[in-house]
Design a protein around this ligand. Structure first.
Ligand code: ADP
Ligand code: MG
Length: 363
């Protein structure tokens, strides 16, 4: 039973450090759903999750989409206590959810679990792919099991930093050396990540990361260019990889400020690398998606070492989707327009939800 146009629930914002990016991604996607042929195909209902986790319906959500920035204090006045307090009106009529949420509380399997329980199709990876893709330690374990090349790394648990820290510092120094990168397992957007050049910076970085997440990853630092590949498909469609892009920046590494300040970084599409490097990375991008069980869309990031090595860095199961983001730009360069891309994501989600096995099971 499906009506025409299809009711799409665009949900964005979220209790995450990437809230503001999500608002801009959603504005781009809303634009693509409300123009051209998509305007006839889809009726978009918008929902906004504010930074305190409260869900809001169309009135505030449309205002936030139009302004392109998170709701102001004034707009949130009288919103009630923090946390979920029920679905806004219109949510139960949604036929396909489009969760445009980046980082924790949205890209990590939480909202995917809710939609799975509700038995409503949704765009993107399911609970497993989202959760494994979000947690850097789980992700690395999945990549390692699939035999994919990664930089050397070690796991640290927050409790190891209580009391005497000499042992853990010795272990990391011996295993990885300097410089190394310290990362909370579950954040994204470079939040809580630091580069350590010596023991004292390592300890400081570990404490900073452990304050945000009990699971911490330390990686050997490599001197490398940063390449990215967009993937779409999965479910009943074959997975496909885009051309590669390169992120270039004027900074020691791609930290939060460099990522989100205008003019500090730029993208080169297609990346200027030998064709065999591009082919290898594209193959690895598909393998990375399979390794974590990602579906629908993903962006896979690589380090391209000065010695020609290609290491898998990470997978993002709901990558940035602003008009300036790598993901839609890579597809545009591969010949897939934004309107087509968004339409395919929705149709892929519906098709997967209606797959024969499910229909059979329900009959
Ligand atoms: N092992 C490493 N060697 C060199 N640079 C790194 C390493 N790990 C991270 N970086 C730098 O830090 C940035 C953010 O790290 P990343 O793991 O991609 O975190 P996030 O999930 O927050 O994007 C990378 O884009 C890169 O510039
Ligand atoms: Mg990254």
């Amino acid at each position: 039973m499906s009506s025409f146009p299809t009711r799409v629930g665009l949900i964005f914002g979220g209790a995450s450090g990437e809230h503001a990016v999500s608002v801009r991604s959603a504005a781009t996607i809303a634009g693509a759903l409300r123009q051209g042929e998509n305007a006839q195909r889809y009726a978009v209902s918008s929902f906004y999750i504010d930074p305190a986790g409260r869900w809001h319906g169309a009135e505030l959500a449309e205002a936030v989409l139009a302004q392109g920035t998170p709701a102001s204090e004034a707009q949130l006045q009288g919103a009630g206590r923090p946390g979920f307090s029920g679905f806004p009106s219109g949510a139960v009529d949604v036929e396909v959810w489009l969760p445009v949420l980046h980082g924790p509380n949205g890209e990590d399997g939480t909202i995917q679990g809710l939609f799975t329980l509700m038995q409503v199709p949704y765009v993107g990876s399911g609970v497993l792919g989202s959760a494994v893709g979000m947690d850097k330690l789980a992700m690395k374990a999945a990549f390692a099991a699939a035999g994919l090349p990664q930089v050397a790394y070690a796991a640290v648990e927050a409790h190891e930093l209580e009391g005497n820290t000499e042992d853990v510092l010795d272990r990391l120094e011996q295993q990885l050396g300097f410089p190394c990168f310290v990362k909370p397992a579950n954040l994204g957007s470079s939040v809580g990540i630091s580069k350590a050049r010596n023991r004292s910076e390592l300890l400081e970085g570990l404490r900073q990361a452990a304050a945000l997440d009990p699971r911490v990853v330390v990686e050997q630092g490599v001197d490398a260019r940063e390449l990215e590949c967009a993937v779409r498909g999965g479910g009943l469609q074959p997975l496909a990889a885009s051309v590669l892009g390169e992120i270039c920046f004027d900074a020691d590494w791609y930290d939060y400020d460099t990522k989100y300040s205008e003019g500090l970084s730029h993208t080169v599409i297609p990346a200027q690398v030998p064709s065999h490097v591009a082919e290898q990375a594209r193959g690895m991008a598909l393998a990375a998606c399979r390794a974590v069980g990602a579906m629908g869309l993903a962006r896979v990031d690589f380090f391209y070492g000065t010695g020609g090595e290609i290491w898998l860095n990470e997978i993002n199961t709901f990558p940035g989707f602003t008009s300036q983001s790598m993901y839609p730009m890579l597809w545009a360069a591969t010949g897939i327009s934004l309107d087509t891309l968004v339409c395919e994501l929705i149709e892929g989600a519906r098709e997967w939800h209606l797959r024969p096995q499910l229909r059979g099971a329900a009959a």
